[in-house]
Design a binder for this molecule. Structure first.
Ligand code: SAH
Ligand code: SF4
Length: 307
């Protein structure tokens, strides 16, 4: 970098390193979904998933190695927490995926391959906000990736104070993992609820709405047979979301070994979906992508990560 001033080069030399993460695996699913496993040292690995669709390409990025939140239906949560990813490790995933996809001819002239980024890989993004914020700013910066705010989505299990911080410091689209519409059940499925109850979570969502680049908050709801997929649950969900601008995304449960849960049948999911729509809550069911390569929601990073 001889074009830079000498003093600045010396400063860079003291403060920065140039490096890359090695690729432990690069797998392509039958449906075009692609998953990378990156070695982050110390026996840990993280995963990044690219999901191509007709009109967009979504990159699912990890923010932590493992996760401390212990949601019982999540494979990552069952494996415990290793460490936070650095800003470099977070933005690396986008840099690397963009480069590889471009080189493999995925981009038409003037079009982006990656049009959307979702922080929905391993980890709880809002528990690594200090490192995440600079990475988000790079994603949004016109001199870097230049993505629109509403095309970058942070997904959280509901860390209330950090939702307010995200709103204040870098409001991007927000997805909230709800999965239960009453405290007693959510306490069991997601231990975070014992700290931040549904009432405080929904209040934080209403505050976030005022700053959000989208006019709704996305609520994710994993469909667990016989656990949260009944008529009582649908009614509670409708009541809960009555005063928050919302969109609901139903996720058919993705099974993993010894999970103890099973996926609701497609009839039950359809009925639940219809019931919410009729009540005026825009609801869609997520198509499961990449499950043949363990790239679907909640299936990330087991095997190699914690050997
Ligand atoms: N930790 C963040 C983001 C990553 S998870 C969060 O929880 O929001 C992305 C989504 O997949 C979350 O809604 C998560 O609850 C859901 N999920 C976890 N395990 C799953 C499983 N086995 N099947 C389907 N969805 C799952
Ligand atoms: Fe962590 Fe999200 Fe899994 Fe919960 S669902 S354990 S917050 S990765």
């Amino acid at each position: 970098m001889s074009g830079l001033a000498k003093a600045f080069r010396e400063k860079l030399e003291r403060a920065a390193t140039v490096g890359t993460l090695s690729v432990k695996a690069d797998t392509l699913s039958g449906d075009g979904t692609r998953k990378w496993l990156f070695d982050i040292g110390g026996g840990s690995a993280i995963e990044t998933v690219f999901i191509p669709e007709e009109t967009r390409g979504t990159l699912c990025v990890s923010t932590q190695a493992g996760c401390a939140m212990e949601c019982v239906f999540c494979s990552t949560g069952r494996q415990g927490f290793r460490r936070n990813l650095s800003t470099a490790e977070i933005i690396f995933q986008l840099w690397r995926a963009e480069r590889v996809l471009r080189a493999s001819g995925g981009a038409r002239a003037g079009h982006r391959v990656i049009t959307n980024v979702v922080l929905m890989g391993m980890g709880e993004p809002l528990l690594n906000l200090d490192n995440l914020l600079p990475a988000l700013r790079l994603m949004l910066d016109d001199d870097a990736y230049g993505l629109a705010r509403r095309r970058v989505t942070v997904s959280t299990s509901g860390i209330v104070p950090m939702m307010d911080r995200l709103a204040a410091e870098c409001p991007v689209a927000l997805a909230v993992s709800l999965h239960a519409a009453y405290d007693e059940l959510r306490d069991r499925l997601m231990p975070v609820n014992r700290k931040y109850s549904l009432a405080s979570l929904l209040a934080a969502c209403r505050r976030y709405s005022a700053r959000s680049p989208r006019d709704f908050i996305t609520f994710e709801y994993v469909m667990l047979a016989g656990v949260n997929d009944g008529e009582r649950d649908a009614a509670a969900l409708i009541a809960l979301l009555s005063d928050v601008p919302s969109k609901v995304n139903l996720i058919p449960f993705n099974p993993f070994e010894r999970s103890g849960f099973s996926r609701s049948t497609s009839d039950v999911i359809k009925r639940f979906n219809d019931r919410l729509n009729v009540a005026g809550i825009l609801t869609t069911t997520r198509r499961t992508r990449g499950d043949d390569i363990d790239a679907a929601c909640g299936q990330l990073a087991g095997r190699v990560a914690f050997r």
